[in-house]
Write a protein that binds this ligand. Structure first.
Ligand code: RUB
Length: 412
């Protein structure tokens, strides 16, 4: 550490001049020392005093520790520490979420939250469509969107994938999507799959039902924009990108491209490597804020404690708030509740997440005893019951598909 102090506890800061982060810190050091070590490492300091750090550089660019509350420390980084021209998440992450994890004196650090000043937010465009845009496309103004992930994850041909989507749409689902591990394998080439799915979506539209399907274009940085354009030209109605395996820049490159005129569904595969440990990593709330800045129109936020993937309702609500709060100059993102979803847990999800969300099931549709169409109907019936505030077991008395689903999987 340098000879300079990085503490400015309690100092009133101009919120428009700093990026403010909250970290949960586990350490044997006094918490003040740990906070100072983070502020130093991530701005103008290093492990020892250095002759090249002068007063001017320190005063202007050093991060400040502005609050300590138990094991949570607040650190404010001057806006000038960040890139000035274009929105560049990699440089932001290197500052707020970089070397600090490796500091040997810290047993754990979790970036819990970040708030950006207006000057940085304005470098980003946010979602082109957002939740309202998706609802307009789907002619579904109020009820939760109801979706499916084509299952099995891999192995189906383009024709079988399209057949699945037709059945799902005929059963009433508004959204379909590829799974995260499917992109362009030999058994299901992306061009053939996109065209086959587009054809059945057209057929559904002619029959009076509006549905979109997200085609997974997650690939290398060099090709993703071109693939997005190709997939759009083959008739895709939505794109899907795995944000953490592709990088935030991939979302931004596609969403900010004026030639792309369809929404982007953002999957978060691999997030648990960063979000699962309550004492180390990065919270999903932070990831959600970054995805919104970069232009994701829909984002997985978990099932708020109801499904198979963990994550409780408090954490889910913070993610949802990051998607939909009105304290940033962007459209709201459609929060996607997915992962071990089935009709019997829909009331719990709607109770926790409200009705402005996309509720989505793979196994909970394809595993229905009477097949995909009946599985889709059961999911829609469960959502209708929750939307109307009717007890799901009572609703099932007059809805055969829902009854079978509850008999198979129960409720929560
Ligand atoms: C869900 C699924 C998705 C998960 C990811 O399938 O395949 O990839 O939603 O989890 P199923 P999360 O409905 O059969 O469980 O949404 O938490 O990121």
């Amino acid at each position: 550490m340098s000879n300079y102090s990085y503490m400015a506890l309690g100092e009133e800061l101009d919120k428009d001049a700093y990026v403010v982060c909250k970290y949960r810190v586990t350490t044997d050091l006094p918490i003040e020392k740990a906070a100072e070590a983070i502020a130093a490492e991530q701005s103008t300091g290093t492990w020892t005093g250095i002759s090249t750090l002068n007063d001017e550089v320190f005063t202007r660019y050093a991060a400040k520790v502005t609050a300590i509350d138990g094991d949570v420390v607040t650190i404010a980084y001057p806006e000038e520490d960040f890139s000035i021209r274009v929105g560049a998440i990699p440089q932001i992450l290197s500052v707020i979420s970089g070397n600090l994890y490796g500091l040997g004196s810290l047993k754990g650090v979790r970036l819990e939250d970040v708030v950006f000043p207006k000057g940085i937010l304005k470098q980003y465009q946010g979602p082109k469509f957002g939740d309202k845009g998706l609802r307009e496309i789907l002619h579904r103004p109020e009820k939760p969107l109801v979706g499916t992930i084509v299952k099995p994850k891999i192995g189906l041909s383009p024709k079988d994938t399209a057949g699945y989507i037709y059945e799902a749409g005929s059963g009433g689902l508004t959204n379909g999507k590829d799974d995260e591990t499917l992109v362009d394998q030999a058994f299901c080439p992306i061009e053939e799959r996109t065209k086959a799915v587009a054809e059945v979506l057209d057929r559904l539209r002619e029959e009076g039902h509006h549905m979109v399907h997200a085609i997974n274009i997650s690939t290398n940085g060099q090709d993703i924009r071109e693939l997005a354009e190709d997939v759009q030209s083959w008739g895709a109605t939505q794109l899907m990108i795995d944000v953490l395996t592709c990088g935030y820049g991939a979302i931004q490159a596609v969403a900010e491209d004026p030639r792309i005129k369809i929404p982007v569904h953002v999957h978060r595969t691999m997030h648990a490597a960063m979000t699962k440990d309550p004492l180390n990593g990065i919270s999903m709330r932070v990831i959600s804020k970054l995805v919104r800045m970069c232009g994701g129109d829909a984002l997985h936020i978990g099932t708020l404690g109801a499904g198979k993937m963990g994550g409780d309702s408090t954490e889910g609500r913070l993610n949802q708030d990051a998607c939909q709060s009105d304290d940033v100059p962007f459209k709201s993102v459609m929060p996607v509740c997915s992962g071990g979803m089935y009709p019997g847990i829909v009331p719990a999800v709607v109770k926790a997440a409200g009705t402005n969300c996309q509720i989505q099931a793979g196994g909970g549709v394809a595993g229905h005893p009477e097949g995909v169409r009946a599985g889709a109907m059961a999911m829609c019936q469960a959502v209708d019951a929750a939307f109307e505030g009717i007890d799901i077991a009572e609703y099932a008395q007059t809805h055969h598909e829902l009854k079978l689903a509850l008999d198979r999987w129960g409720t929560k």
